[in-house]
Design a protein around this ligand. Structure first.
Ligand SMILES: Cc1cc2nc3c(=O)[nH]c(=O)nc-3n(C[C@H](O)[C@H](O)[C@H](O)COP(=O)(O)O)c2cc1C
Length: 182
């Protein structure tokens, strides 16, 4: 039997794998943890992210019209968590996380070396709702750790474990066992 709920409705479908959004404007750079994003199209690749209007990341993307998406594996969860709990207005998150930075060759977006994949996106559309803005980005550059991806992630072969967000402080991870559906 189903029961009707009213609280945390979005968490029924919250469990996407966690990413780190990087952004910069002039000499300012930032990292923010995110789980609300969506692939919109594939040729070219278009991805949307949903960013709270008060976040420092929001301000930097508004000003620069670009952002990076960095995919962490679960061994980075402590740093990932730090980047989701403090604002870049208060702390330098590249410093507190100890992440190293490289610059994307397409748009010059700061990207995170320790993350297994990185995307550089240019904002092509945006829409603000009540508390969040959806920034829709076209991917201009994509980078992946050599040997971990061939058409899809080589989870079994490389024992890849990604963190997924259930909402609040709740995380799940994949078992590194892939299967194909007929
Ligand atoms: C696992 C996780 C997922 C998050 N997902 C989002 C998200 O998709 N959008 C958002 O606006 N904030 C999200 N947050 C909250 C921001 O990461 C957090 O408010 C951060 O401090 C904002 O940093 P900034 O002010 O430096 O941009 C998430 C936090 C965590 C821990």
């Amino acid at each position: 039997m189903k029961i009707k709920i009213q609280n945390n409705v979005h968490r029924l479908i919250n469990h996407s794998s966690i990413v780190l959004i990087t952004s910069s404007f002039k000499n300012l750079e930032n990292i923010m943890t995110a789980a609300w994003y969506q692939i919109i199209d594939i040729d070219p690749v278009i991805i949307s992210i949903s960013i709270g209007i008060k976040k420092f990341t929001h301000e930097l993307i508004e000003k620069s019209n670009k952002f990076g998406i960095n995919l962490p594996t679960n061994d980075l969860i402590d740093q990932v968590w730090k980047c989701g709990k403090k604002s870049g207005r208060e702390v330098d998150k590249f410093k507190i996380s100890n992440f190293s930075k490289f610059s994307g060759s397409a748009l010059g977006v700061p990207l995170i070396e320790e993350c297994i994949a990185n995307l550089e996106c240019e904002v092509v559309f945006k829409k603000t709702f009540n508390l969040h803005t959806v920034f829709v980005g076209q991917v201009h550059g994509a980078y992946v750790e050599e040997g971990t991806f061939k058409d899809t992630w080589l989870v079994d072969e490389k024992n890849l474990v990604f963190p997924f967000h259930l909402g609040g402080n709740n995380i799940i991870v994949n078992t590194p066992k892939k299967f194909e559906v007929e």
